[in-house]
Design a protein around this ligand. Structure first.
Ligand SMILES: [Zn+2]
Length: 461
């Protein structure tokens, strides 16, 4: 057995001072215990012990915009475990003409044998048809319980199709997420700015204003309400969008996780990401094309949006914190848009730094139990993995992070494991580091460095 002693365990019931024993990939005991000479003992004095953190929104090995994301499942999950994330939920993507079962097979092959963190897949449905409808039960059997639709990009579905997806997914208790931006409006605004000769990165946020998100959030909430199905709004970035969520929750008398928990009917879950609570859109005016490092969609917003999102985290209106990790090299891939901001691959890295950065943003304003819920328990619940994941309880999987809240260090591209030549958080000093990270009971990282173990498994939900 491996026994973690002297730590403060952050359990579903609150903080507990006890030892935790792991064996054969499971948490076998929590309580007082005397280690035998055969046991490996991890001293967690001065540390918090969390259930492994779960990133519910990553894009690894994703072909997009004529290129492929810089991180694949090997480098992406190496970075994940280095930062304390033991499970990622990535997006298997069904392209036009493909079927969803084949898409899942493709993504499983991308990850198999390479992943240091556990992995599951949402299915991004980009070509809705009768075949996909027939395949959904089989996909459910393969362990896929969460889905994603787009309202923007060439992967967008129509409102009618989204309603159909919501209705079908609801039948087996799944949840559907949506990239809420009105793609038609984005295209129109991009054309306007380009025609006016406004081709640099500062046009990126102008072409995707808050209204574009809020309108889509509003529409997705109504679609969820019509289908009486649970929905997940991914990467919420604006105060205006938040108002739409509040209005819709109030009108239907339904909250997110904190208000009502999980159920099959209409629920609005909300995800946001640390970058939207840290940076504002002034970064897009940086010289030397530096703004391209922050080109993601939705874009970074105004200080007032940052304040609104932070308030929503504090009030429990935001259920989960993910990264939307989608990395592209600055020296090569991002350069594709030097003359035309619409050609910059959209996305930024973050899979390694989410726990430390999020805790830096909120500090003592949130408790360790709040961090545990937002970074682990809630994503496990929304995506059908609780309590096997997301909880320090006996019989749960032994995904465990021993977190040293006093370990101060500086985030830099020079010390990261993400396979990309920059980080948006360059130079940020954080206090808190994953001291020991266990994936299925196996030590996957220590003091921010991965071990040789490749212990990640596919999670059939
Ligand atoms: Zn995304």
């Amino acid at each position: 057995m491996t026994i973690i002693t002297n730590g403060r365990l952050i359990t579903p019931e609150g903080e507990v001072r006890a030892s935790l024993a792991m064996k054969d990939g499971k948490i076998v005991r929590i309580g007082e215990m005397t280690p035998s000479p055969d046991d490996e003992v991890i001293d967690a004095a001065g540390c918090l012990v969390y259930p492994g953190f779960i990133d519910g929104h990553t894009h690894l090995d994703l072909p997009v915009a004529g290129t492929v994301t810089a991180d694949d499942f090997a480098s992406g999950t190496t970075a994940a475990v280095a930062g304390g994330t033991t499970t990622v939920v990535d997006f298997a993507t069904q392209y036009k003409g493909d079927d969803v079962l084949n898409a899942l097979k493709t993504w499983k092959e991308k990850a198999e044998g390479k992943a240091r963190a556990n992995y599951a897949f949402h299915m991004a449905i980009c070509d809705w048809n009768e075949q996909v409808r027939r395949d959904l039960p089989a996909l459910r059997e393969e362990g896929v319980t969460s889905f994603k639709v787009y309202m923007a990009y060439d992967t967008a579905l129509t409102d009618e199709q989204i309603l159909d997806v919501l209705t079908e997914v609801k039948k087996f208790g799944g949840v559907t997420g949506c990239h809420c931006e009105n793609g038609g409006l984005v295209t129109a605004l991009q054309k306007q700015y380009l025609a006016a000769g406004h081709t640099d990165t500062s046009a990126h946020p102008l072409s995707r204003p808050a209204e574009v998100e809020a309108e889509a959030v509003n529409r997705f909430c109504y679609l969820g309400r019509l289908a009486d199905a649970p929905i997940n709004i991914v990467h919420l970035s604006t105060e205006l969008g938040l108002h739409e969520v509040r209005r819709a929750r109030e009108a239907a008398g339904c909250g997110g996780l904190s208000a009502h928990g999980i159920s099959g009917g209409f629920r609005i879950y909300v995800e946001s990401c640390p970058q939207y609570m840290l940076f504002d859109d002034s970064v897009y005016a940086l010289p030397d094309f530096e703004g391209a490092k922050y080109v993601c969609s939705p874009p970074l917003r105004k200080p007032s949006d940052i304040a609104a999102l932070k308030g929503a985290v504090m009030s429990g209106e935001i259920d989960t914190i993910a990264t939307d990790h989608c990395s592209f090299r600055f020296d090569t891939q991002k350069q594709a848009g030097r003359e035309d901001f619409t050609k910059i691959p959209n996305g930024a890295p973050g899979i390694e730094h989410r726990p430390a950065v999020f805790m830096k943003i909120f500090g003592d304003a949130l408790t360790p139990s709040d961090y545990m819920r937002l970074l682990s328990e809630n994503p496990a619940k929304v995506f059908g993995m609780f309590p096997r994941k997301g909880a320090l309880i006996e019989e749960a999987d032994a995904d465990v992070v021993v977190w040293d809240p006093e370990d101060a260090w500086t985030i830099s591209a020079a010390n990261q494991h993400q396979r990309v030549d920059y980080t948006p958080f360059e130079g940020m000093t954080v206090s808190g580091r994953a001291k020991y990270v266990f994936v299925n009971g196996i030590l996957a990282a220590k003091d921010g460095e991965p071990t040789a173990a490749v212990a990640g498994q596919y999670i059939r939900r």
